[in-house]
Ligand binder design. Structure first.
Ligand code: FPP
Length: 251
């Protein structure tokens, strides 16, 4: 792998996303039921938010519940929903005090109305915060996100607001989740698997990937720092040659 030159300042990621995997295995190794791992995972969420907030990361996006997670046993889905509710109750004030803006991305139409109201209230309360944007992906799927953006554009064409010929990559990007945030720089996946699992498909176009065998409840600030360090050492070429990138950086 071609490395970034150490003569240049280390690039830090502005936008990091995490696939928080391994809660079930972590619990099993301790002889506990899977939901014990999800509960322990909340501490790792806190540690990651703290790391991002203290290290100049602008946006942190966490995959909390995928559109496929409804297929899990009913009891597990129930516990995950309860956890989401509890986390909103216990953390929103703290997030607000720390200048963190909370947003939820995904299709919320399948969620309990009370939970959706709580989410919207938390988003409104923290809307003006600027130190960090924390995006929680809930009932999110990358394919849903792309299809949803395409649908918005199709509706605009049908209403005569835009010309069909203006539908291009830029137009779609404007309607995809988190369009107003810096592009995704780094995707971390814990738990040892090396796949994207229908997470931010569109947004990952030029993201760097970091896979770690650490199970999510064990992911701490040191583990986050290791992923950021790996990112800093890479050269992002966006289709260009290494020489072109180096020349562009020097000029
Ligand atoms: C994947 O581990 C984890 C999840 C599907 C849920 C993640 C949820 C949390 C960390 C807690 C709640 C967080 C918020 C932000 C409210 P897995 O169960 O697939 O683990 P396994 O691969 O070991 O089975």
């Amino acid at each position: 792998m071609e490395q970034a030159s150490h003569d240049q300042p280390l690039a830090l990621p502005k936008h990091v996303a995490i696939i928080m995997d391994g809660n079930g295995r972590w619990a099993k190794r301790k002889g506990k039921i899977r939901t014990f791992g999800h509960k322990a995972g909340v501490d790792a969420v806190r540690a990651s938010v703290k790391y991002a907030r203290e290290n100049g990361i602008c946006a942190l996006t966490l995959f909390a519940f995928s559109s496929e997670n409804w297929k899990r046993p009913e009891d597990e889905v129930k516990v995950l929903m309860e956890l989401f509710n509890l986390v909103l109750n216990s953390e929103v004030k703290k997030l607000n005090k720390n200048d963190v803006r909370l947003r939820v991305i995904g299709d919320l139409t399948r969620f309990d109305k009370k939970l959706v109201d709580k989410i919207r209230k938390a988003e409104n309360l923290t809307a003006q915060n600027t130190a960090l944007t924390l995006n929680i992906a809930a009932n999110y799927g990358g394919r849903w996100d792309i299809a949803n953006a395409a649908k918005q554009l199709a509706l605009q064409v049908a209403r005569g607001e835009i010309d069909a010929n203006s539908v291009d990559e830029n137009a779609l990007t404007e309607h995809i989740s988190m369009a107003d945030l810096p592009p995704l720089d780094l995707l971390i996946r814990t738990g040892g698997e090396q796949r994207i699992s229908n997470f931010l498909l569109w947004q990952c176009a030029y993201a760097e990937f970091f896979f770690t065998p650490i199970l999510w409840p064990d992911f701490n600030e040191a583990a986050f720092a290791q992923a950021v360090e790996s990112f800093s050492e890479r050269q992002r070429r966006y289709g260009m040659t290494g020489e072109q990138v180096t020349a562009a950086t020097i000029c």
